[in-house]
Design a protein around this ligand. Structure first.
Ligand SMILES: C[S@@+](CC[C@H](N)C(=O)[O-])C[C@H]1O[C@@H](n2cnc3c(N)ncnc32)[C@H](O)[C@@H]1O
Length: 191
């Protein structure tokens, strides 16, 4: 079995957690997604697939799912599990390039981007590029959903997105907030 802690020890800033998210948090991440109408969903940083499994139990067969994972071990795990499926594209790469990566598969927009990325520990320039790519992907109507253990990056996100909702999940280690965001029409400071 893949050892989350081992990957954290090797890449603390990008793995960002010593264990995978809990099932309750994973369910809360799904709350704001309209699975009935979604044509395309993008997941950043699936890790061992806690959120992926919740997406798969809800999404329609014809809804495309892109999994973008940077880490070798987690990518191989996702590819082994889902690489053969017609409705899932497993990509090894950085969410910084998410718009280009999905465009290479003929897709420009997603109805929801579900992120497991550890924004608090990612370098500022990387976080900036991820937000920029995400703004392109979600367009006017899509949602960007991410969890955070603290409010540290809330102001940062507010430069690019408006908050539609914030959910709290106490039964997670550590407890976490789910930020549901939409594109800011004319974001100051954002390109
Ligand atoms: C905190 S773990 C979350 C894993 C899983 N979603 C969960 O909640 O248990 C962060 C994940 O983001 C991945 N990651 C970090 N930076 C990334 C990037 N720039 N692009 C894609 N994945 C990245 C890590 O490799 C890791 O799988």
């Amino acid at each position: 079995m893949l050892d989350f802690l081992k990957e954290y020890a090797k890449h603390p800033r990008t793995v960002g957690a010593v264990k995978a998210s809990g099932k309750r948090l994973a369910k809360k991440m799904m709350k704001a997604v309209d699975f009935g109408t979604a044509k395309c969903i993008v997941e950043y940083g699936p890790g061992t697939g806690v959120f992926t499994r919740e997406i798969l139990s809800r999404k329609k067969e014809e809804t495309m799912l892109f999994l973008i994972e940077k880490n070798d071990a987690f990518y191989y795990k996702m590819r082994t599990l889902y690489g053969a499926r017609q409705d899932i594209v497993v990509i090894q790469g950085s969410a910084e390039e998410a718009d280009r990566l999905i465009r290479a598969h003929g897709v420009k927009h997603a109805d929801a981007v579900i992120s497991g990325l550890p924004f608090a520990s990612l370098p500022q320039d990387v976080a900036y590029r991820i937000c920029k790519a995400t703004r392109h992907i979600i367009g006017r109507d899509g949602k960007f959903i991410t969890f955070q253990y603290t409010n540290l990056r809330k102001e940062f996100f507010e430069k690019y997105f408006t908050f539609e909702n914030i959910f709290f999940e106490a039964v997670n280690v550590p407890p976490a907030k789910v930020f549901v965001m939409k594109n800011r029409e004319k974001a100051e400071g954002a390109q």
